[in-house]
Ligand binder design. Sequence first.
Ligand SMILES: Nc1ncnc2c1ncn2[C@@H]1O[C@H](COP(=O)(O)OP(=O)(O)OP(=O)(O)O)[C@@H](O)[C@H]1O
Ligand SMILES: [Mg+2]
Length: 271
Amino acid sequence: MADDTTAAAPLAGDPIAGDGTTPKIAVIDVWKSFAGKEVLRGIDLEVTTGESLVIVGGSGAGKSVLLKHLIGLIQPDRGHIVVDGEDLTCAEPAVCLAMRKKFGMSFQEGALFDSMSVFENVAFALRRHTRMREDEIAARVHECLAMVHLEDVDAKMPGQLSGGMRRRVGFARAIALQPEILLFDEPNTGLDPITSAAIDKVIVEMRDSLPVTMVTITHDMSSAFRIADRVAMLREGRILAVAPPEQFRVLPDQYIQKFLAGEPLEEEEVA
Ligand SMILES: Nc1ncnc2c1ncn2[C@@H]1O[C@H](COP(=O)(O)OP(=O)(O)OP(=O)(O)O)[C@@H](O)[C@H]1O
Ligand SMILES: [Mg+2]
């Protein structure tokens, strides 16, 4: 177990107070079970405005479930998700909808519309949620594709692209509506190390040039250290530790050190 110095930082102040220290996202004592199996067991976590927080943890630890709670795709059994001081868990549907517009999400595996061209994939949300003219949509789509270093791929279908390119189209789609918060679920899964590093570079560029707060999920530690301002470890449904990369590397927790070294766990340590 983590000692006191490695435990997740306690919530600072009242996240609903709006006192200038309000976090962009506050996850407060969130619990979630599926068919009697507890997946999240009292998650407490804050994401500061403008930071890039990376959540790491083993397969099946509940990372995707946690991310889906942030955007309101899954409701907690207990606890609260507070975004910009607004409690998503008890907000009116209209408020929830407005809150959801603050998010851009790139799902695990990219999840592009396979029957639409790259252009149409990126334009999709603009057509659906704005009244932009066709020339404005085209300009925005090209701006987003340029941001992720994709040019001259408008007419291509997702099936004609490499895995890394598909991932970048997913990013372009996620930023199209200029969200305040970007969520990335396993942006590097299934990519070779070089493509994976290139994807991280795009994420860092977005972090540095866009006015966004980012939450990324990964189990790739080298990727986590490249893109994170802070790294949070999820284990057994709780946040085991949160720290900036340089501190996280040296946390004196056996599970974290084994996770970093890629060493197998002892029998009693397997969650
Ligand atoms: N909608 C659902 N219904 C039932 N069980 C679910 C549902 N979503 C997730 N689970 C279960 O919750 C647990 C955590 O799943 P989750 O997808 O969050 O893991 P993860 O940490 O993202 O893993 P991976 O690294 O493999 O993506 C798993 O046991 C999964 O089967
Ligand atoms: Mg997952």
